[in-house]
Design a protein around this ligand. Structure first.
Ligand SMILES: Nc1ncnc2c1ncn2[C@@H]1O[C@H](COP(=O)(O)OP(=O)(O)OP(=O)(O)O)[C@@H](O)[C@H]1O
Ligand SMILES: [Mg+2]
Length: 283
């Protein structure tokens, strides 16, 4: 069954105020419901700007010059008031600390905070909170202080608070950059499950190539504001140009290439991007 398109970006060119060079250039992209799409690219490639354009920070907060159109679930983002975007697009940033209010005594209250602001009726709040905590694996920590959580748990709390608002589209800008490998894995597993089971459309900026390779359905690469690659993770992550684009390759791809260069590895198999693929490649 073909999934309906949820995100449609049409020839988006965007330049921040008081700058010359566009941060995004003639970007066109469609993303279907329930797809987990990872965004890669070097520093300054435009990844965060793309997140802002999806969440409406561009053009509602950043202003600047915008051409083209960003449609999310049939809404033209530039023509939709930011207040109406809250239930549509959820944005999660790199640092959970920036997103935890500091005004709540417990994890449960923290998740309730956004719902109260949205004006969700009390009877509807409890099941939404319970579900957001369950999906992020925080049910047992509901009565803890947000400040008594590990970094990974805090990032999952930031995610739970956004999830409780039930956005159709979840946009995450390097949400695991502060996390250790275990925390990173937790967040990716939650996102994978959300896309697969709950049909949430996930757009994720990440440098964690191995986890992107494991969980994402699709990978796009930005370079100097342009879309330069778009495809299945295994294909995109093994492109030779990934070095030029400043993304690099997973250690499994690097090792396989080194092995091939030294005549130690097969040259007739697809390059691996994950550990299970590497095991198959070398055996
Ligand atoms: N608030 C701003 N005002 C002016 N220019 C900006 C602003 N934010 C970003 N830029 C510029 O827009 C371009 C894209 O930046 P963006 O932050 O989207 O890149 P990025 O891919 O997220 O980079 P990073 O990997 O460092 O997070 C860069 O040239 C950057 O300098
Ligand atoms: Mg960024």
């Amino acid at each position: 069954m073909k999934r309906p398109t949820v995100i449609a970006i049409e020839h988006l060119t965007y330049t921040y105020p008081a700058t010359e060079r566009p941060a995004l250039r003639d970007l066109s992209l469609t993303i279907p419901a329930g797809q987990f799409c990872a965004v890669l690219g070097a520093n300054g490639a435009g990844k965060s700007t793309l997140c802002y354009a999806l969440a409406g920070f561009v053009p509602h907060f950043y202003r600047g010059r915008m051409e083209g159109r960003v449609m999310v679930a049939g809404h033209d983002i530039a023509a939709t008031p930011p207040s109406a975007l809250v239930g549509l697009v959820g944005l999660v940033f790199a640092n959970p600390f920036n997103q935890i209010t500091g005004a709540c005594y417990t994890v449960r209250e923290e998740v309730a905070f956004g719902l109260e602001n949205l004006g969700v009726p009390p009877a509807e709040m409890e099941p939404r909170i319970a579900q957001a905590l369950a999906v992020t694996g925080l049910t047992d920590l509901a009565d803890r202080s947000p400040f008594a959580l590990s970094g990974g748990q805090q990032q999952r709390l930031a995610l739970a608070a956004v999830l409780a608002m039930q956005p159709q589209v979840l946009v995450l800008d390097e949400p695991t950059s502060q996390l250790d490998p275990a925390g990173t894995r937790e967040v990716f597993a939650v996102l994978g499950a959300l896309a697969a089971r709950h049909h949430t459309t996930v757009v994720l900026v990440s440098q964690a190539l191995e986890w992107v390779a494991t969980y994402a359905d699709r990978v796009i690469v930005l370079a100097e504001g342009r879309l330069v690659a778009d495809g299945a993770p295994t294909d995109v992550l093994t492109r030779p140009e990934m070095e030029t684009w400043g993304v690099g390759a997973t250690r499994y791809t690097q090792a396989a290439r080194r092995g091939q260069a030294q005549g130690l590895a097969p040259t007739d198999r697809p390059l691996p991007v994950t550990l299970p693929q590497a095991v198959a490649f070398w055996s």
